[in-house]
Structures are given as structure tokens and as C-alpha cells.
Design a protein around this ligand. Structure first.
Ligand SMILES: [Zn+2]
Length: 86
């Protein structure tokens, strides 16, 4: 089951962006929406402000239906970009 949530620092409360991946797995940079420079995808995510440990806040399951909706939305966006470029 895939989940998505906000990466929040346990120490300073800084929000470090969103993360998505398999429920119950370690928070590594590979799941980050935007990966900071100088880190490896398999490294555990640390707070960008203080270097502290982080947790996944407000994690919600990504259902197959959500995925289908996102794919449709992305296809519409791509089609509109193609129309603009033509
Ligand atoms: Zn922090």
C-alpha cells in the first residue's frame, strides 16, 4: 500500500516537503517530491534545517482511484501543453 504525507522534523517542527512510498518502509530521499542536492536516494531523510530525525505527518493512503485521477489530470495537462506548443 502506498502512502503520502508531509516530512516533519521531530526536533524543530520544520516541514521538509512531501514524501510518498510504501507504507512501513524507511523514509529515504527516493520518496521525496524534491530531493535536496548532495544526498543519495537510499539515505534516510534528515531535517534540512537542523539535521534532526523526521516523521511522516498526515500520511494518507494513495488508492488506485487517486492514482487514476492523477494520471488523467496529468494527461490533460500534457495535451494542453502540446496544444500550446503546436
Ligand atoms: Zn529540524
Amino acid at each position: 500500500m502506498n502512502v503520502r504525507g508531509e516530512i516533519v522534523c521531530l526536533h524543530c517542527g520544520h516541514a521538509n516537503g512531501s514524501w510518498s512510498g510504501t507504507a512501513g518502509t524507511a523514509l529515504t530521499y527516493s520518496g521525496c517530491a524534491t530531493m535536496p542536492e548532495g544526498v543519495q536516494p537510499d539515505e534516510h531523510v534528515r531535517c534540512q534545517r537542523c539535521g534532526g530525525s523526521v516523521f511522516l505527518d498526515g500520511a494518507s493512503h494513495l488508492s488506485a482511484l487517486d492514482r487514476v485521477r492523477r494520471i488523467r489530470r496529468l494527461r490533460r495537462q500534457l495535451a494542453s501543453w502540446d496544444d500550446e506548443a503546436a
